[in-house]
Design a protein around this ligand. Structure first.
Ligand code: ADP
Length: 553
């Protein structure tokens, strides 16, 4: 690929190489077949041929003066024919060189000299053999040159496709694939590239990839109405159009569809000024577009798979939720309606203690239902990706007190204690969601430990983090369950005090909320007995003003 750029590196030297040895300068690989170029190439080849004939004649003249035989002189001319056939790209030059060599040899070196006559009887045969051997040598050389050029082209084409393949492997988005494809085409063709992507089954606005960013204002002509119409036609008909075709031939660009099995992923526009494409370029463009279409097809398939995976996941979540909820809602609702029924029908006959118990049960069940619904709503918001945090700086002791207020109305026979290592610990949080986390952790501690167990809530500040820990002295969580209890719908083998109330939602929700705050939540064994849940939040500095306000309140 570097070959094609070499023309501009050292102007005079590269011009010389370009004119005399076009196949060496790389232009033979990428140049168009325009008439101008061909004429220039023929001119430079003829120039080289005449220079070579001059050099061969000079050397032969020296040989002649030194008394060398005619055989040596003939060898010099055949060598000259070989050099011409090697360096030049045109067969005409080899033929001109072969015929001229015989004529010059006859004219200068055979008696009578400086005429085209020859006295020796064997000369016609010498001339004929010289001519035939020159022809054979030159055509062999031209042929081997052609093979070399073809294999150089094939290697160049393979390299471009290989590079493209490697780049496409790390491009997973459509715009990236378009950029890689256009980049390779620009390297190959040394032209701007116009790329129309197909998005949602319509042709999007064109993106123009410029060969030379400095000339980017030229891009507006690629966006003209005529050009867009041609591109749209290509998209609708899956055929080429534009310059050099019969459809919209006046366009600046030739438009080709990027398609795979009748699915069109885009349309590419290639400006055909100043020169049209040659067959080598055209073939490699088709290969590149094939690769591009394949990459887009894969991207589309992956996107569809991700979408269907997400739909399946949502379906599964919905089904699991529905199954879990319908089972878990029925029990407390039956209990509430049963207890309310008893109170209504025989309220006057049952003892005040029994009545109190029934009221308490109704309250417990309805609070549990409220808690469940809160969790469900939060889960739905998170799984929709619609959870946006309403962040504010809050004093952690106030948040803990607010969460514990939730348990005040419940009939709880556990010893809940709050320990705060500093007076004012402030953290950045969505207060409603963090209250929900603390409620879930304390609720679990109550649920999974026997009555009169100790539950300790500790808040401490460590560097830029606030660490909140909820510990209990229950039976703890087995090690094999610790990894999974934060998964949705996972319920561990812990003995539950109230077996009907285990849904496996609470900790999964805590994890989502804490992670949305940029924190972490972990579980470990409590120092003495039971388990200890610990989550972190981002600490906030308490300003003097806030401290005074808090102390005042
Ligand atoms: P749920 O409580 O509805 O089952 P969670 O996600 O809150 O759902 O808890 C998941 C599991 O973790 C529970 O089933 C329980 O086995 C275990 N677990 C949670 N907290 C505790 C705790 N404090 N002590 C013992 N086991 C617990």
């Amino acid at each position: 690929m570097e070959k094609a750029t070499s023309n501009r590196q050292i102007p005079i030297i590269s011009w010389f190489i370009h004119v005399l040895f076009p196949q060496m300068s790389g232009s033979a690989v990428t140049a168009g077949d325009s008439k101008v170029r061909r004429t220039r190439s023929l001119f430079s080849n003829l120039l080289f041929t005449f220079m070579e004939l001059g050099a061969a004649t000079l050397v032969s003249w020296l040989f002649f003066k030194c008394g060398f035989t005619e055989t040596n002189i003939i060898t010099v001319y055949i060598l000259g024919v070989l050099v011409t056939a090697t360096v030049t790209t045109s067969r005409i030059c080899s033929m001109v060189c072969s015929i001229s060599s015989v004529l010059i040899f006859n004219f200068i070196f055979t008696a009578p000299r400086f005429t085209f006559a020859a006295y020796g009887q064997g000369y016609p045969v010498t001339f004929l053999i010289m001519l035939i051997s020159s022809f054979i040598a030159s055509s062999l050389m031209v042929q081997s040159n052609q093979y070399a050029r073809q294999s150089a082209q094939a290697a160049y084409r393979t390299k471009i496709l290989l590079d493209m393949n490697q780049l496409l492997q790390v491009s997973h988005r459509r715009p990236d694939i378009a950029a890689v494809t256009s980049g390779q085409l620009i390297k190959l063709l040394k032209r701007d590239i116009v790329f129309y992507l197909v998005e949602n089954e319509t042709l999007s606005d064109p993106e123009i990839f410029f060969l030379d960013q400095a000339q980017s204002e030229a891009g507006c002509c690629y966006k003209s109405k005529g050009e867009r119409t041609a591109a749209a036609w290509v998209y609708e008909n899956n055929q080429s159009a534009g310059a050099t075709t019969n459809v919209f031939p006046l366009c600046q660009c030739m438009y080709l569809a990027i398609s795979h099995k009748n699915t069109i992923h885009g349309v590419i526009g290639i400006p055909l000024q100043p020169a049209p494409l040659d067959s080598f370029e055209y073939n490699i463009i088709l290969s590149i577009l094939g690769e591009c279409a394949l990459a887009m097809e894969n991207e589309l398939a992956m996107r569809k798979k991700a979408e269907s995976d997400m739909i399946a996941e949502n379906e599964k979540l919905r089904a699991d939720l529905l199954r879990g909820i319908s089972h878990d809602l029925r029990t407390p609702l039956t209990s509430i309606s049963g207890n309310a029924g008893i109170l209504l029908s025989s309220g006057s006959t049952i003892s005040p203690d029994k009545k109190q118990q029934l009221y308490q049960d109704i309250l417990d069940d309805s609070l549990w239902l409220i808690q469940l619904v809160e969790n469900l709503l939060a889960v739905t918001r998170i799984s929709n990706g619609s959870m946006s945090l309403n962040l504010s700086s809050e004093l952690i002791d106030e948040v803990i007190s607010e969460a514990l207020r939730h348990f005040n109305r419940r009939h709880i026979r556990h010893n809940i204690q709050v320990i705060q290592e500093e007076d004012f610990i402030m953290a950045k949080m969505d207060v409603r969601l963090v209250i929900q986390v603390i409620i879930n952790l304390v609720d679990n501690a109550i649920k999974y430990t026997p009555e009169n167990s100790d539950i300790t809530i500790t808040a401490a500040r460590k560097g830029r983090q606030v660490i909140v820990t909820v510990s209990d002295n229950g039976s703890g969580i087995p090690d094999q369950d610790k990894q999974r209890i934060f998964d949705m719908f996972y319920t561990a083998s812990t003995n539950i005090i109230d077996s009907r109330r285990s849904l496996g939602l609470g900790l999964a929700l805590c994890k989502s909320i804490v992670e949305a705050h940029g924190g972490t939540i972990t579980v470990s064994d409590n120092q003495t007995k039971g388990s200890s849940f610990c989550f972190t939040l981002l600490a906030q500095e308490v300003t003097l003003h806030e401290q005074t306000a808090c102390t005042g309140s």
